[in-house]
Design a protein around this ligand. Structure first.
Ligand SMILES: [Zn+2]
Length: 488
């Protein structure tokens, strides 16, 4: 059987709209994409292997150029053939939901992996390890899954008009979009529709997942990120509909937010993050009946609210958020506004534990200063050799997403620590020397030592991002804020 025939069989066996009578038609659709000649044999009968071989055929036939963009666009067009139409997918999803929410997400997650929308092969390249710290076991990842952007694609993206189509990568209009140079291929992309607060939202998986079943919930309308009572309400509604998932929102301000502030969206999934395992350091009395509150033992300043009552929980969360929006404490450099520019917001994370709703509110402040031009509550200069990017939702919860450069850089640090010839980047030297001074490094322990020390740096990164520090002054300042909430 040729690779084309094998792929036709896979299409007919898939949940796509095509059935036996469509065999010749599907065969010809594939030839239209890859060309009639030069068949390439696949290394095995996996769908991704068949697609790889067909992309190779198309290259040989001159149907595409040898660029990552052209390869991805064609691969996703082929994968589109094994994927149900959005209408059919939504119907099956909500039918399965009647059995259980998990049956529905299992179906959608499996499908998104099977049609290579979730880039499982690329994600497998990531480096992941735990690191024990005073705040429990943090999760360290070095992100090697995102493909290097080629310069032509970067230039194409830069020259794109701001009112392009789709408006952004989180818009519904990406569903089935072919893609182009500088814009990702989305032929095999599907979105589940759901209702939140009377409005239509989309639910999809992240193609370059940072954790298990990494999901994105996106507003049907392209409008900026915002954190308010409606946000908290939407988050609780999502965990009510999908109790086996957590969901959180990035903050709605630069420096302390995510990389996409222009389109309202949340991230969720099926993973228990270190912050969720962190205990309550001290209980708080906010004076709201039916809501338990406490300060979480966590490097970032976090108030945990727990209740079975959605409305009472919303009241408490909104009150904390609103007081924080206007709250300043000069003694710890916390300022809600400078020159009429707002600096305060929260990073909220919701989940369900039994019949209880749990909402963690992380207080954020995005001021900069001459001493800390990148942010007062942002990783400071001396830890930026490991992490200088924004501390967004995922990292707030204790999972570091470190840049790809660190994989090779840390190997050079290891050589340096062992006294071998190395090409260690100069910015790592003070850190490496500090490690050397306190640890007896051997070839057997060097990797474990570096992993542990990266974990220590990440704990420091989170502490830098915390507005109230874990010292006497910070704890007193946190108590004053809580008193202000209670008095409100
Ligand atoms: Zn958008």
């Amino acid at each position: 059987m040729t690779t084309v025939d094998q792929f036709v069989q896979a299409v007919l066996a898939s949940p796509s709209p095509y059935t036996g009578l469509d065999q010749i038609y599907v065969h010809n659709r594939i030839l239209a994409l890859v060309g009639d000649d030069n068949p390439v044999t696949a290394v095995d009968d996996q769908l991704t292997s068949l697609t790889d071989a067909l992309v190779q055929t198309a290259l040989t036939n001159g149907k595409i150029e040898d660029t990552p963009s052209d390869r991805d666009i064609l691969a996703d067009q082929l994968m589109d053939l094994v994927t149900p139409l959005p209408s059919a997918l939504n119907q099956t999803f909500w039918n399965k939901y009647q059995t259980s929410p998990q049956a529905a997400t299992d179906y959608f997650y499996h499908l998104s992996k099977a049609n290579d929308y979730i880039k499982t092969r690329a994600i497998a390249k990531n480096v992941v390890f735990p690191a024990t710290t005073d705040f429990g076991d943090l999760e360290i990842t070095i992100n090697l899954s995102k493909p290097e952007k080629d310069p032509k694609a970067i230039a194409a993206a830069r020259n794109q008009p701001q009112d392009g189509y789709p408006l952004c990568q989180l818009c519904m209009e990406n569903e089935g979009y072919l893609g182009r140079l500088g814009y990702p291929a989305r032929s095999n992309h599907r979105i589940i529709r759901l209702t939140l607060g009377g409005e239509t939202w989309g639910f999809q998986y992240s193609p370059y997942a940072y954790f298990n079943e990494h999901s994105i919930f996106l507003d049907q309308v392209h409008r900026p990120m915002v954190i308010n009572r409606q946000t908290f309400s939407n988050l609780l509604e999502i965990v009510k509909q999908f109790p086996h998932y957590f969901v959180g929102s990035n903050a709605d301000l630069p420096i302390v937010g995510g990389s996409m502030l222009s389109h309202e969206h949340y991230q969720g999934g099926r993973h228990v993050f270190p912050m969720m395992k962190a205990p309550i350091a001290r209980q708080l009395d906010l004076g709201i009946a039916g809501v338990e509150a406490g300060i979480v033992k966590w490097p970032m300043s976090t108030i945990r609210l727990t209740s079975t009552d959605q409305v009472a929980l919303l009241d408490a969360a909104t009150k904390i958020h609103n007081v924080w929006m206007d709250y300043s404490d000069e003694s710890v450099a916390v300022r809600a506004y400078t020159d009429n520019v707002r600096h305060h917001t929260t990073t909220p994370i919701a989940r369900k534990v039994g019949d209880q709703y749990v909402l963690d509110l992380v207080l954020r402040d995005n001021q900069t200063s001459t001493q800390y031009p990148d942010g007062i509550f942002h990783p400071h200069q001396d830890v930026q050799h490991i992490k200088k990017e924004n501390i967004g939702l995922i990292e707030v919860m204790g999972r570091a997403i470190l840049p790809a450069r660190l994989k090779t850089e840390l190997q050079e640090v290891a050589k340096y620590l062992l006294g071998r010839h190395n090409q260690m980047v100069a910015m790592h030297q003070p850190w490496a020397d500090a490690i050397k001074a306190k640890t007896n490094i051997t070839a057997d322990n060097v990797d474990a030592v570096i992993d542990r020390e990266v974990g220590q740096v990440f704990a420091r990164v989170l502490a830098d991002a915390g507005v109230f520090k874990w010292d006497a002054a910070g704890e007193a300042a946190f108590n004053r804020f809580v008193a202000a909430v209670k008095a409100d």
